[in-house]
Design a protein. Sequence first.
Length: 175
Amino acid sequence: MGVSGSGKTTVAALLSAALGCQFQEGDALHSAANVRKMHGGTALTDADRLPWLHAIAGEIDGWRARGQSGVLTCSALKRSYRDIVIDDRPGVALVYLRGSHDLIRRRMAARYEHFMPLALLDSQFATLEEPTPDEQPITVDVSLHPADIVTTIVHQLELRDAIATAPHRLSEART
């Protein structure tokens, strides 16, 4: 998750390759009407986003039903959006790509053929509710090289897995 221009697509594609799992660009799940609005410089409302967020949650549910894992990009700027996407889905990890307004602005100004115009960056930052500790986010600074961001995320996921399985391993060692 993160604002437009934070590197979600680049990092997610690299991360899914590193993990050997599915990849889904969340923006591809937007309705044509939402894409037209954003391309025209109009920020989406919560009502505009709701079907999109449910489509993202549905994608995650589909992977889980098939016993698959994946990496899915989604701005998920508000806690209420993340509540829909993550909800009560054990094993879903939230990765927050955090960057300064200045860095993100420079990145967005340099990219071409993306439907999200630079003019909407301020509204993205105004809407952003950074994840709180109870959401247990993996927060990574986007000023790092994308490969280093992926390495950091993989390491954090491995640590979480080790911690989650530690009580089980401890009880096995005692028997």
